[in-house]
Design a protein around this ligand. Structure first.
Ligand SMILES: *[C@@H]1O[C@H](CO)[C@@H](O)[C@H](O)[C@H]1NC(C)=O
Ligand SMILES: *[C@@H]1O[C@H](CO)[C@@H](O)[C@H](O)[C@H]1NC(C)=O
Ligand SMILES: *[C@@H]1O[C@H](CO)[C@@H](O)[C@H](O)[C@H]1NC(C)=O
Ligand SMILES: *[C@@H]1O[C@H](CO)[C@@H](O)[C@H](O)[C@H]1NC(C)=O
Length: 497
């Protein structure tokens, strides 16, 4: 009993002490808990509502992306149409042919990865993703073997062989090279007793864009086996070898070169061998294909290739400057300039940038002044205004080929037995370039003879042409509405531009 009481008492004391310290009754605590629960439930409820709204938003986003994806897939191949879907890192939509053009379009762009389309937007292959060095304006095409690579140990020529895969089609690479002034690719070989070539045996080479083996590891002379030290004549065993690695010294050496023949690049395969010795080691580092500069077309385009360089990509008929005149050419821009059928000449079109033709006549019945340009009084036509009636001189407005024709009637004195003549010359800058005359004897009453003079002549702009009587017998006259006409047949554009 005593024990129980103690326990009971201590329980009561415990309860009491709790009640006293909290200052609440059990009912009050329960009430508090209920309130807490309701508040928690409300909070949870609004959180759930928020989450549900987020899920709806996400679902909408996914749907939007799916529709974008479908739109993208339906536009195969990716062309200018889907350029907006590609975008550029700057958020701006430039898919130009080279980094250089991209930079020109927006000088504020920084170096980085960009989409370009060297073979032209909307034709040929899809745009490619390249590194643009905006400081130099050069385009760099990435490949899958950019880090330093060990060739291992093997004996035979080319026993190590690695294909290099570029992140661009060969067509796009060739188009980029065509558009660029220069392209180059660096190649470094770190070697210990790993000659590229020794004792007349070639162990290492690279393959060019056509798959052909090449043995020059720097420069642009494809007909020699050399490295940069061979060009600079400072190889470790110069002049016996043209590459440091070829020396065969059992020390770490390196050949560091830049290959700069844009029509052979890029390196499509690297082949190494003779790394058999225990000490032998060969490690190569192949740079990206870098192209910069551009082929400038100055003056008038002379071919489909010129048009392509300027940026034309729509296949069709174009007018270009031929050898001496504007000609029509069919350009198939689905092909590259080096492809067969890229260009087809269709013949020339006559060109007169200034319409020039005239027909002038003389009203006065008789004319017999010699050694002066024959003046005219009426212009039936004088398009281009090149013919000056009062001076009788025609001034060529453009360099080109002109045609002139004169007809007139010569009147002879009645009943004359002696030979009489009237000769007319066509003069170019004071020098006769053609004659026509008529002579008669034993003339009868109203004896008349027609006189015709024609000439086709190449003139420089500013040249002057006129007619003058330079042979005349007394009494002979020119009369009956003589007519002088002429026109520009074809302008010589290569001259006038
Ligand atoms: C390679 O090009 C493709 C498009 O042709 C691009 O999606 C990809 O990101 C590029 N890869 C690298 C490493 O730049
Ligand atoms: C290339 O090298 C060979 C051999 O040294 C030389 O005969 C030739 O002229 C060089 N070609 C060019 C374009 O430099
Ligand atoms: C030219 O014609 C005029 C008038 O008809 C005449 O007087 C003159 O003698 C002629 N001159 C010549 C060289 O025939
Ligand atoms: C055009 O000019 C060139 C260059 O002077 C010349 O060779 C050619 O014969 C000229 N052609 C014509 C039609 O005048």
């Amino acid at each position: 009993m005593f024990r129980f009481s103690r326990i009971h008492l201590s329980f009561l004391l415990f309860v009491c002490s709790t009640c006293l310290t909290a200052g609440f009754s059990v009912e009050e605590q329960l009430h508090q808990l209920r309130e807490n629960y309701v508040e928690l439930k409300n909070n949870l409820g609004s959180k759930v509502v928020q989450l549900e709204a987020k899920v709806v938003q996400l679902e909408e986003k996914v749907q939007h992306q799916e529709s974008l994806l479908i739109a993208l897939q339906s536009q195969q191949p990716i062309s200018s149409k889907s350029v907006s879907a590609i975008g550029q890192p700057s958020g701006k939509i430039y898919v130009l042919r080279t980094c250089r053009e991209t930079r020109a379009a927006d000088p504020s762009l920084g170096s980085g990865m960009y989409w370009i389309d060297p073979d032209g937007q909307g034709v040929g292959d899809d745009p490619i993703y390249v590194y643009c060095n905006m400081a130099s304006g050069s385009t760099e095409i990435l490949h899958d073997t950019e880090s330093k690579t060990d060739v291992g140990n093997c004996a035979d020529p080319g026993c190590y062989s690695k294909a290099i895969n570029y992140n661009a089609t060969m067509r796009q690479i060739m188009a980029l090279a065509e558009l660029s002034n220069e392209c180059h690719q660096s190649i470094r070989y770190d070697c210990i007793s790993a000659p590229l070539e020794i004792n007349g045996i070639t162990y290492s080479w690279w393959n060019d864009r056509n798959g052909n083996p090449q043995y020059f590891w720097s420069g642009s002379n494809s007909s020699v086996h050399t490295c940069q030290c061979g060009i600079d004549r400072n190889c470790v065993e110069s002049p016996a070898v043209k590459c440091n690695c070829d020396s065969g010294l059992p020390t770490l050496l390196a050949d560091n070169g830049v290959i700069a023949v844009k029509n052979l690049l890029p390196i499509t395969r690297l082949n190494f061998g003779r790394t058999i010795l225990d000490v032998s080691s060969g490690q190569y580092t192949l740079g990206r294909l870098e192209c910069s500069g551009h082929v400038a077309v100055t003056g008038m385009p002379k071919s489909c290739e010129d048009l392509w360089w300027i940026g034309h990509t729509l296949t069709g008929l174009y007018s270009v400057m031929g050898r001496a005149m504007v000609e029509n050419v069919y350009c198939d821009f689905t092909k590259l300039p080096s492809d067969a059928g890229f260009e087809k000449w269709m013949g020339f079109a006559d060109v007169q940038s200034v319409p020039t033709y005239f027909l002038v006549t003389k009203n006065s019945e008789e004319f017999n002044s010699t050694n002066i340009p024959i003046p005219f009084s009426t212009a039936k036509l004088n398009i281009g205004g090149a013919m000056d009636l009062s001076s009788g001189k025609f001034t060529a407005p453009r360099t080109g080929t002109y045609f002139f024709s004169f007809t007139g009637m010569i009147g002879y004195p009645t009943l004359s037995s002696s030979v009489m003549v009237l000769g007319i010359g066509i003069y170019l800058n004071g020098i006769p370039i053609g004659y026509s005359w008529s002579d008669e004897a034993n003339t009868v009453v109203t004896q008349e003879v027609p006189l015709v003079l024609q000439s086709t002549v190449n003139l420089q702009a500013g040249d002057q042409v006129w007619l003058q009587i330079d042979r005349l017998s007394t009494g002979v006259i020119l009369y009956q509405v003589p007519a002088f006409n002429g026109w520009l047949l074809q302008e010589n554009l290569s001259q006038s531009l």
